[in-house]
Design a protein around this ligand. Structure first.
Ligand SMILES: *[C@@H]1O[C@H](CO)[C@@H](O)[C@H](O)[C@H]1NC(C)=O
Ligand SMILES: *[C@@H]1O[C@H](CO)[C@@H](O)[C@H](O)[C@H]1NC(C)=O
Ligand SMILES: *[C@@H]1O[C@H](CO)[C@@H](O)[C@H](O)[C@H]1NC(C)=O
Ligand SMILES: *[C@@H]1O[C@H](CO)[C@@H](O)[C@H](O)[C@H]1NC(C)=O
Ligand SMILES: *[C@@H]1O[C@H](CO)[C@@H](O)[C@H](O)[C@H]1NC(C)=O
Ligand SMILES: *[C@@H]1O[C@H](CO)[C@@H](O)[C@H](O)[C@H]1NC(C)=O
Ligand SMILES: *[C@@H]1O[C@H](CO)[C@@H](O)[C@H](O)[C@H]1NC(C)=O
Ligand SMILES: *[C@@H]1O[C@H](CO)[C@@H](O)[C@H](O)[C@H]1NC(C)=O
Length: 904
């Protein structure tokens, strides 16, 4: 993952970039991984940047072993049985814009390939898995596994897609050129990129966007995911093009411009993103041990193996990074809070009318509000719903201040800007909705697959919870945490009866559709204060207390028709839920950007699932189910291991999936209800970004205002009339699945198993130091014998509770230098001050729970005033002690792959 702070200085650091053991034919590749990791482990400013080709040479030299791979496939297949959309992915309904994929079948193909000795190296195996993950097109589904975990690829140059006048189809530009031209008062006009690596730029980018689509249901969102945008800058995320590219994009990168000036020649970069100490990795075999199996190559810090020397060839000394613009001080972050102007190169106004406390790129505040008096419009900027601790109630407070201020100023219209919002806390979605529409309880119904293993866990856990006595001191904490546990169903409401479910079995149904089984539809009980309290992680905003005399939730100030949600298709997860709740009440949507093609665009194309869930939480759930009901463990072995052990994942990994689907109120009673994920939900209007509005948010809001309320002909041609906002029968039907998507089908319809065995499966003689772990090929790693990183270890206690065993781990997300010092001294963590120049969300420590929690283990953190951690991207569970000596589970970010926050 590319770090923004470093990004801003890339001109300087790129010059210092060294080629590590360049991949020339005469270079001994055996040591390229060693060289690379030696540099990465220094933790220096420059140590996170590599040439993509060097990283690729290393990764493709990592050996492959079929035994751990097969065990992983079993683990992953079991995990994906919890993915709510398997049947719909296999047979998508009309209007779905991506190719069908039969997940279980592709896993079977991969398994067959493993058995047949097809994979040449670990990387090729992981690439097939990642292709499957991306084919699911659901941002809640992602996988951090093995050697692909520590690196992502990216371009040293950001690009953006804008139209000259809002009518002409957009073209790609260097983002810096746009910013510089604006900074220079438009005294010159940047030139569009005509070709990339000799191919037509639009074609190149369309292919690239589709291949590296991180969980989007529509190609317009895939396109936008590549493009630089101010709402990304203020959050510190790199886009897919610049620093979240999954697949090796090649070595050279050449931009050709329409103005026929000299092409810009550069190279693809790779970014090292593994935040923990990786140990002395000398060879490709070590690379396998550490990243694929989770084993340190050396015991007690002494390298066990001699580090082979390599011919480090400095292939290129430096790259010309001159973008035609000077790196003026307008690019430097000021570090001051209170507005987004500096972080966004002047795109956001300097004087917001409403600001959440601690608003800064490395801080926790995110909400700003702007009163555009000339337009009588208030703009509420919500680029994320991801918040933690105190910030949760400060978020809600700022939203309320915005509403109060807009009322006081008699503003007649509201724009909620959700661009780049990849989700966060469900409770903030509910809260924000209720502040605009008080008393109109949101439906927010959802359901999951009803299958044997899930029902075993649900049966056992719900029955156990129902037996707890909240009046008893011993039971209270478990009871409280159980309120938001995914496997305790009785606190949730049956959408059909409006009453709480009585037991799991009642919820489990099943309702049968498309050859699969589903549960009944559940709703959150938001009138249960205990539940809301838990959803806010114990930081309940005062508005919810009866005796504070607050006016919040008192009046509805705007008609839905006077409210517009501004999105860019990237809206995912909690954001998509917000769009759903608001549009069902009649708020309209304006979607920005998309491919250079006319026609409609969907407003929220990220995950529209109701709940992201992780394999490690599931491991914990299974262990708990086995603990609270010993018979359960026996009945379902090997899936639920006895004695609170966790499942064997085979390979070190962290997998996420979508546990629950959002289901619409007018459909939930039917067996054939279609998950929101598969519906075609067009925005009411689509607008292209323009040269003049991309880095001028006021202009974007003005353009959205004009298109929504003054002149709908400003919308992109053919983009109106498809929306279902406030109605069920739009004038136009969804367009058919584009040929474009079919052309990018990642797996052919038919499968021919490989015919001959690949000799490379045997342990290569060239990695002598790998012999120590050679035996792992045949036998399962013995738990506890090696130091395992990133894996859950727990000590079952007599009372059935799982006490987490402390492991020494680096918490990479320390909150600035002070936070690091705190963790260092209080928790014996070796903590790199990585956080100080980290991405926004990953610099924060947050309650590890949202709307059901990240799993029981982590929930112990809450209600005890314990320090808390938040998951941002891929996460590994680990345990530390807090001040009280209580075992607290943390999820440690690994900063990989997806640019979406997966709280939901
Ligand atoms: C090193 O790797 C590169 C790129 O994969 C390959 O072209 C070259 O032949 C390899 N060299 C050796 C000695 O294996
Ligand atoms: C995955 O699990 C499903 C359901 O249990 C089973 O039918 C299928 O054979 C499994 N596939 C693999 C590759 O293990
Ligand atoms: C051509 O366009 C590029 C990118 O906008 C710019 O850097 C360069 O200066 C332009 N060249 C000429 C001759 O206008
Ligand atoms: C939240 O706001 C309150 C004042 O309203 C302030 O005291 C507190 O420090 C804020 N929290 C954060 C995390 O900024
Ligand atoms: C769940 O419990 C019910 C009632 O005890 C039982 O009939 C059902 O078989 C159980 N389901 C599973 C999957 O164990
Ligand atoms: C579970 O299975 C083990 C081994 O088969 C057996 O020893 C144990 O008694 C069983 N426990 C229960 C509660 O059925
Ligand atoms: C941004 O747009 C607004 C509204 O059109 C305009 O008043 C302002 O001057 C623009 N700012 C810049 C930096 O171009
Ligand atoms: C499996 O092997 C075949 C060759 O027989 C190859 O074409 C395919 O890409 C591999 N992966 C999958 C998922 O089918």
């Amino acid at each position: 993952m590319l770090l923004r702070a470093s990004l801003l200085g890339f001109g300087a650091s790129l010059g210092a970039l060294r080629a590590v053991g360049a991949a020339d034919a005469d270079v001994d590749n055996r040591s390229i991984c060693g060289d690379l990791m030696a540099q990465a482990n220094t933790g220096d400013e420059d140590s996170f940047y590599f040439w993509a080709s060097d990283v690729q040479a290393c990764l493709s030299s990592v050996p492959f072993y079929s035994d751990p791979a097969l065990r992983f496939l079993e683990y992953y297949n079991t995990t994906l049985q919890f993915q709510s959309t398997l049947a719909f992915l296999k047979t998508p309904p009309g209007g779905y814009q991506q190719p069908a994929v039969d997940v279980v079948d592709i896993l079977h193909r991969i398994e067959t390939n493993v058995t047949a000795g097809y994979y040449q190296n670990q990387y090729d195996f992981e690439v097939d898995l990642q292709k499957l993950v991306l084919a699911i097109h659901d941002a809640h589904v992602y996988l951090n596994i093995g050697v692909t975990t520590p690196f992502v690829y990216g371009s040293p140059y950001s690009i953006s897609s804008v139209s000259i006048d809002g009518k002409e189809p957009p073209k790609a530009y260097l983002t810096d050129a746009i910013r510089q031209a604006q900074h220079d008062g438009w005294t010159w006009t940047p030139s569009p990129i005509s070709q990339i690596n000799g191919k037509d730029a639009v074609g190149y980018l369309t292919d690239f966007a589709s291949l590296n689509s991180i969980g989007y249901v529509e190609s317009h969102a895939e396109w936008n995911a590549l493009m630089g945008h101010p709402a990304q800058d203020i959050q510190g995320w790199p886009n897919v093009w610049q620093g979240a590219t999954t697949f090796y994009p090649g070595d050279e990168l050449t931009f050709t411009f329409e103005n026929a000036s000299d092409p810009l020649e550069t190279f693809w970069l790779a970014y090292y993103t593994y935040p923990l100490e990786a140990g002395p990795i000398a060879t490709s075999g070590d690379m396998y041990n550490f990243f694929a199996l989770g084993l340190y190559p050396a015991v007690n810090g002494t390298p066990a193996h001699p580090v082979p020397k390599s011919n480090v060839v400095a292939k290129r000394d430096a790259v010309d990074t001159n973008t035609g613009g000077d790196e003026g001080d307008w690019l430097e972050p000021s570090g001051e809070d209170g507005n987004w102007a500096v972080e966004s190169s002047g795109a956001y106004p300097e004087k917001p009318d409403v600001v959440q406390p601690d608003l800064q790129i490395s801080g926790g505040g995110i909400v700003t509000g702007y009163f555009l008096h000339e337009l009588s419009t208030g703009v509420l900027s919500l680029p994320s719903f991801s918040q933690y601790g105190d910030y949760l109630s400060n978020f809600t407070q700022t939203v309320q201040e915005f509403i109060d201020g807009a009322v006081q100023n008699n503003l007649s219209k509201i724009i909620v800007d959700l661009q780049q919002n990849s989700g966060g806390e469900v409770v903030l979605v509910m809260d924000t909705f209720l502040r605009f529409f008080p008393g109109r309880e949101p439906f927010a119904g959802s359901r999951r697959r009803s299958h044997h293993l899930g029902n075993v866990i649900g049966n056992a856990t719900t029955a156990w919870w129902s037996g707890l006595n909240p009046e008893s001191e011993d039971d209270f904490s478990d009871w409280e945490l159980g309120l938001v546990d995914e496997w305790v169903i009785t606190p949730r409401i049956d959408a059909e009866t409006g009453k709480n479910f009585e037991n799991w079995q009642e919820y489990a149904g099943p309702k049968r559709h498309l050859g699969d089984d589903f549960t009944l539809v559940e709703r959150y009980n938001i009138s249960d204060v205990d539940f809301i309290y838990e959803m806010f992680g114990g930081n309940l905003p005062t508005d919810y207390l009866e005796d504070t005399g607050t006016d919040a939730f008192a009046a509805e100030h705007w008609d839905a028709k006077d409210m517009v949600l501004l999105t860019d298709g990237l809206c995912s997860s909690a954001c998509s839920m917000f769009v759903e709740l608001m549009t069902r009440k009649g708020a309209r949507t304006v979607a920005m950007g998309g491919r250079p093609a006319s026609g409609p665009m969907q407003a929220a194309s990220g995950s529209r699932g109701a709940r992201a869930y992780s394999s490690s939480s599931l491991d914990g759930d299974m262990a708990v189910a086995g603990l609270v009901d010993l018979e359960v463990a026996n009945k379902t072995l090997p899936n639920i291991p006895p004695n609170a052990q966790t499942r064997d994942p085979g390979l070190w990994s962290s997998a996420y999936f979508n546990l629950r689907d959002q289901i619409r109120e007018d459909e939930f009673k039917n067996n054939d209800a279609v998950p929101l994920q598969f519906k075609y939900e067009a925005a009411d209007c689509r607008l292209y970004y323009t040269l003049r509005n991309l880095y001028n948010m006021t202009q974007q809001w003005t353009d959205a205002h004009d298109a929504a309320w003054r002149d709908s002909s400003l919308c992109v041609e053919g983009s109106t009339g498809y929306s279902t906002a406030g109605q069920t029968d739009p004038a136009h039907r969804p367009p058919p699945v584009p040929e474009l998507a079919e052309a990018h089908r990642p797996f052919p319809k038919t499968y021919t198993p490989p015919t001959h065995k690949n000799p490379g499966t045997a342990a290569p003689a060239s990695y002598p130091d790998f012999a120590a772990h050679h035996a792992l090929r045949r036998q399962r790693p013995v738990r506890g014998q090696h130091e395992v990183h990133g894996s859950q270890s727990e000590v079952p206690q007599e009372d059935g509770r799982r006490a987490p065993a402390p492991v020494k781990a680096c918490l990479p997300v320390c909150h600035g230098e002070d936070g690091c010092a705190f963790y260092k001294s209080n928790m014996a963590l070796s903590c790199k001050p990585f956080g100080s120049r980290e991405l926004k969300q990953s610099t924060v420590l947050a309650p590890a729970n949202v709307g059901g929690g990240w799993g029981r283990g982590e929930q112990h953190a809450r209600g005890r005033g314990a320090a808390q951690a938040e998951v941002v991207l891929g996460a590994v569970p680990a345990y530390v002690w807090d001040e009280d000596g209580w075992g607290v589970s943390y999820l440690i970010t690994t900063l990989v792959k997806s640019s979406t926050n997966q709280t939901i």
